[in-house]
Ligand binder design. Structure first.
Ligand code: ATP
Ligand code: MN
Length: 528
């Protein structure tokens, strides 16, 4: 008889291992052993991630090694770790894993294209984490699992146990350590499941450019004519929400690659924000919440087990993770052609960026490198100054190379495949309210229906991009930001402020990008 699956080669002796277990088995174990776990009225598994309810970017470390050292863009995002300290954390993770009575293993693929996919192995202590990753990765068939062999990358999630703050280079009890040479990720001190998913995304962001492939923090879908759209954007700008579109097949909601053949999704599932989720506004996502879906950190009625999506008392970042098959209209396998439209999503809390505008290729490069979005700092618009974020490539937290490496790949692909770039602001306008979701959807429909091909445009005075002056199913007055402001002087003032923020941020890139991209940036208006 063949020996039962074990983890001894990693120094883990735990005997009971649940490998790629069925959803009911994971439910039963989670409900029995993980505090607070419950079933929602529609059958989702409601779980709690503990103290950390979001990622811990300051605690991410990358091991310095001669083989990769010169490729990494070291700094505040990619913080180095020496190999010895890595081994200390690695050992600590193993010691913790060895104290468990059982462990979970998820063996699955990252990347739908067989030419580029990597085999991953997740070793974790919670049924919640295993189900989450089974939803998020691409699960092998029975046959593929039998022939899985050795994984390319291993994630050791010992997040239930802290890092030792007195270990050199540790600045907190949380540490997410990526070792590109050992092909491992070790997690200590956070049970937020998103760390595993985004940790592997970071690895893909390192590996793919080595093969001339562009990894992207974007969602993607494809129309009936095979026309692919990709939507870049930082957290909360609408990648997941806007890519779920009944008229188009969903390719994926967060992580994709662009190869010489076209696009492929890295993941097998979606990870949607659940805050204020409603059947009316987001029917596809709402209906994806069912048996098999993991609901994180939501609040529910004790009797009915009905979720109150408006309750953010645990966190604003409540989430639902489900396999992509839970969405009705999908592209399986999640592979498609070259993008025709590239949409940069931004959530502009200053209220001065147009809800939709068309970019030149140089403006596309400029905005891709800038990666702008803004949050409202206080609760009320206008009371406190919005907080601007610039995150290169619309996902600097996950990029390993210098932003130029990705920017050059994107520019080259846009040029070769003649894609059109758009900027879509899903944020605020001058009237102090957020852009209506149905209006944003109508603008994206218009892009897909070619309604803007022969539309009239005005040029944005400061940013230079082309703003269409009409759009089906959208009132004209919301298209031009200035018209939504009563106080035009204030508008100019706020806009100039934003232009200055863009320019200040771009200083760091100026020397290394071609002058045409620098010239495609915004300019402060001369007069009010
Ligand atoms: P992440 O990278 O964290 O997954 P994301 O880009 O996928 O973020 P979404 O999950 O789509 O972001 O979040 C967008 C949120 O904003 C949703 O909660 C959505 O309901 C809300 N929203 C409100 N108005 C709009 C709008 N006009 N367009 C898009 N989203 C909107
Ligand atoms: Mn998302």
């Amino acid at each position: 008889m063949a020996e039962a699956f074990n983890l001894r080669k990693y120094g883990i002796d735990t005997e009971t291992i649940y490998r790629n277990s069925s959803v009911p088995v994971l439910y039963e174990l989670g409900l029995r052993l993980e505090k607070g776990t419950a079933i929602s009225d529609v059958g989702a598994l409601m779980t709690y991630s503990g103290e950390k309810t979001g990622r811990s970017p300051k605690d991410k470390r990358i091991v310095r090694h001669p083989d990769s050292e010169n490729n990494i863009d070291w700094g505040d995002i990619n913080i180095g770790l020496d190999e010895h300290t890595y081994m200390v954390n690695h050992e600590r993770a193993l010691d913790y894993l060895n104290t468990r009575e059982h462990l979970f293993v998820v063996d699955a693929f990252a990347g739908w294209d067989p030419d580029y996919r990597i085999k991953t192995r997740i070793i974790c202590t919670r049924a919640y984490h295993a189900l989450f990753m089974q939803n998020m990765l691409i699960m092998p068939s029975k046959e593929e699992l039998a022939n899985f062999g050795e994984p390319d990358y291993v994630v050791m999630n010992a997040g239930g146990f802290p890092a030792n703050r007195y270990t050199s280079e540790m600045t907190s009890k949380t540490s997410i350590d990526v070792n590109l040479e050992r092909k491992e990720i070790v997690i200590l001190g956070t049970q937020y499941a998103g760390e595993m998913k985004k940790g592997l995304f970071g690895v893909m962001n390192y590996l793919m450019p080595l093969e001339g492939v562009m990894p992207m923090h974007c969602s993607a879908n494809v129309g009936e004519k095979g026309d692919v759209s990709i939507l870049f954007g930082l957290s909360g700008t609408g990648k997941t929400t806007l890519s779920a579109d009944p008229k188009r097949k969903l390719i994926g909601d967060d992580e994709h690659c662009w190869t010489d053949k076209g696009t492929f999704n890295i993941e097998g599932g979606c990870y949607a924000k659940a805050i204020d989720l409603s059947a009316e506004n987001e029917p596809d996502i709402f209906n994806a919440i069912r048996f098999g879906t993991v609901l994180e950190n939501v609040v529910y009625d004790k009797d009915t087990r009905q979720v109150d999506y408006s309750d953010v008392s645990i966190t604003q970042n409540t989430r639902a993770s489900y396999p992509i098959e839970f969405i009705d209209n999908i592209q399986i396998p999640c592979i498609a052609g070259h993008p025709e439209n590239i949409i940069f999503l931004t959530c502009d809390a200053f209220g001065v960026l147009p809800p939709v505008s068309k970019l030149t290729p140089e403006q596309a490069s400029y905005h891709f490198i800038s990666g702008y979005t803004a949050k409202v700092a206080g609760t009320e618009m206008g009371v406190t100054e919005p907080q601007a974020t610039f995150s290169a490539c619309f996902g600097a937290a996950f990029m390993m190379w210098h932003p130029n490496r990705y920017a050059e790949l994107l520019a080259e692909k846009i040029k070769t495949h003649k894609a059109t770039a758009w900027l879509v602001n899903t944020g605020w306008n001058g009237s102090g309210s957020r852009m209506k979701l149905k209006h944003t959807r109508a603008m994206i429909d218009a892009i897909h229906n070619h309604d803007f091909d022969h539309a009239e445009y005005v040029t944005d005075e400061e940013f230079g991009f082309q703003i269409p002056t009409s759009c089906p199913n959208v009132p004209e007055e919301v298209l031009i930001p200035k018209n939504t402001w009563e106080d035009k002087e204030k508008y100019t003032q706020v806009k100039n402020k934003l232009v200055t923020l863009f320019n200040d941020n771009f200083e760091q890139f100026k020397a290394n990008v071609n002058p045409e991209i620098v010239a495609a940036g915004p300019k402060v208006a001369e007069t009010a």
